[in-house]
Design a protein around this ligand. Sequence first.
Ligand SMILES: NC(=O)c1ccc[n+]([C@@H]2O[C@H](COP(=O)([O-])OP(=O)(O)OC[C@H]3O[C@@H](n4cnc5c(N)ncnc54)[C@H](O)[C@@H]3O)[C@@H](O)[C@H]2O)c1
Length: 314
Amino acid sequence: MNKKQSILITGGAGYIGSMLSTELVKIGYKVTVLDNLTYKKNSLSHLKNKKNFRLIVGSVLNKSLVKRSIKNHDFIIPLAGLVGAPLCDKFPKLARLVNLESVIFMRKCLEKNQKVIFATTNSGYGVGKKNKFCTERSKLNPISLYGRTKVQAEKEVMKFKNSISFRLATVFGKSFRMRTDLLVNNFVWEAMKTKKLTLFEPHFRRNYIHVKDIVKVFVFAINNFYKMRSNVYNVGLSSANLTKLSLAKKIKKQIKGLRIQINNNQKDPDKRDYFVSNKKIEKKGFKAKFTIENGITELLKTYKSDKFKILNNY
Ligand SMILES: NC(=O)c1ccc[n+]([C@@H]2O[C@H](COP(=O)([O-])OP(=O)(O)OC[C@H]3O[C@@H](n4cnc5c(N)ncnc54)[C@H](O)[C@@H]3O)[C@@H](O)[C@H]2O)c1
């Protein structure tokens, strides 16, 4: 690894970004984060005295700032976004601007030798076929505005040769900026607080991955960029292609007396129902490892800690 390489992470103060920035600074890269700090203001405060870290507080919608920030960075990791279907439905115009328009602008500012590692959602697959795994060749069928903005942004990013796009499974686990809206994190939170989990569409399938494995896959891509570029990859934990009901049962094993109820009247706004194949990235040499069971244990410990407060989740 060339430790002098520099990396710009937009949205680097967020759930994934704060964990990724921390690891990249630890490894020795020069890391710049551009984030408007919509949520937690201090998710990167532990990095403030590090010589190889810089935080720019600002918006990816500020074109002159983006242009200046991109300059002199070897890697650009655009994570800034309005993340999740409910948030995008609440602020549709802003969602299009941040999730799509800012990415198009960023791409136009790139110099030929710069490299991009993008993160999108595998919810772009929409409703999958029964008993079939979605691969990177499966047709994209995003249902929500969130899914549509991310699918379009990926298309734009991939016009640039030096790009990789990761279609991430639903992430779980502890972060410096916690999100309890994500499915596993949310189920564990509800189950712990109320001793009850009410599931709608319990047989809907999804793939999951721990945030530490997400950090690892970005580091893997930085180290193996030329072997991987100009490609999209599904990134998830292959042993965690689970229905909501089987996830709930795994949580029940760790929370005594948990009641699981089914609500047949409510629908999933994202209509996510698919299994995902992660074989393509596994063949390149990356395999996610952190299990759902360990993640549930970690989340319970985190939520029970005195320091844990739910602030600015969405
Ligand atoms: N968490 C997941 O399960 C998941 C799954 C698939 C893809 N992703 C993608 O990963 C990326 C990061 O997601 P996350 O879970 O860390 O979400 P997050 O909400 O924690 O992080 C988003 C960050 O973007 C910042 N931001 C928002 N608008 C901005 C603006 N105008 N200018 C600058 N910064 C701005 C926020 O302050 C926040 O720090 C997103 O692009 C998301 O689509 C996440």
